[in-house]
Design a protein around this ligand. Structure first.
Ligand code: PAF
Length: 277
């Protein structure tokens, strides 16, 4: 495995590669990321993982400076899984002030975007830059960041980018908690409580599968149940998988998404549900 830190060296290394599969990350890797890398291995003969903490997608009150940088440990985890780790410096990704941005669709202002203005614009901009630098045939993103994956798919379709996007299933701890770099910030009590988020979403999914359709009530009940246990809920929402708009009976594939804070840690989760018939 090769560690490369400049765009020029990466271009030289990848010249002539016919089948590149790419996993963009911000590092601090866990089993969820490694699963995406394994998926990439099935999709291409050269697997590139980028590790870059992108300042453009952090708001002024967010944790850009505190975001864990663990390059050495990340590279150790990627040994035998990736061919190339691309870990550019900020000056290499942004040699001058970035003045051109990807303007994401209006759905970027809802759900996570409502609490994080500008986040998806910064995310989409860096993903476009990384796709242009790596020029992969396939790029793999986790479904845990469902709204992110949706926006990337829209960007690739609407900007005619020559890359196939693959969504990897969320990897979970045995109690159901979705793996996330943020889980390490939970104290012991919070960690024990954290799995309640996925239990809540699974309960909503099971109710929908039983034929219940009062989505507004589910959403309200879930917020009430989480709040009663000390969660600060950003949203619990049942949406169409295709456009992330509020779930409509005309669409048969829904997704239940939630973001909520336990103490200072904001956790995300989602569960897909396909309506019968
Ligand atoms: O999901 C992430 O880790 C980041 O948002 C991404 C896609 C690597 C862009 O910085």
């Amino acid at each position: 495995m090769q560690l490369i830190s400049t765009t020029a060296d990466l271009r030289a290394r990848l010249a002539g590669e016919k089948s590149v599969a790419f996993v963009p990350t911000m590092g601090n890797l866990h089993e969820g990321h490694l699963d995406l890398v394994r998926i990439a291995r099935e999709q291409g003969s050269c697997v590139v993982v980028s590790i870059f903490v992108n300042p453009l997608q952090f708001g002024p009150s967010e944790d850009f400076d505190k975001y864990p940088r663990t390059l050495e440990a990340d590279c150790a985890k990627l040994q035998g899984l990736a061919d190339v780790v691309f870990a550019p410096a900020i000056n290499d990704m942004y040699p001058s002030q970035q003045t051109i941005f990807v303007e994401p669709p209006p759905i970027a202002n809802e759900l996570c975007g409502a609490a994080r203005p500008g986040h998806f614009r910064g995310m989409a901009t860096v993903v476009l830059k990384l796709l242009n630098i790596v020029q992969p045939q396939v790029a793999v993103f986790g479904k845990k960041d469902y709204q992110q994956l949706h926006i990337i798919r829209r960007m690739v379709a609407e900007l005619n980018l020559p890359v196939r996007i693959v969504g990897g299933e969320t990897v979970r701890a045995p109690d159901g908690l979705a793996l996330s770099s943020r889980n390490q910030y939970l104290n012991a009590d919070e960690r024990a409580e954290a799995a309640f988020l996925s239990r809540t979403l699974r309960g909503m999914r099971d109710a929908i599968l039983r034929g219940e359709r009062d989505v507004e009530r589910f959403q309200r009940d879930a917020v009430t149940a989480l709040s009663a246990r000390g969660w600060a809920v950003d949203y619990v929402a049942v949406r169409n998988q295709s456009d992330l708009l509020p779930a409509s009976l005309a669409q048969r594939e829904w997704v239940i998404l939630a973001a909520a804070r336990l103490g200072n840690t904001r956790l995300l989760d989602n569960v897909e549900v396909a309506l019968a018939g």
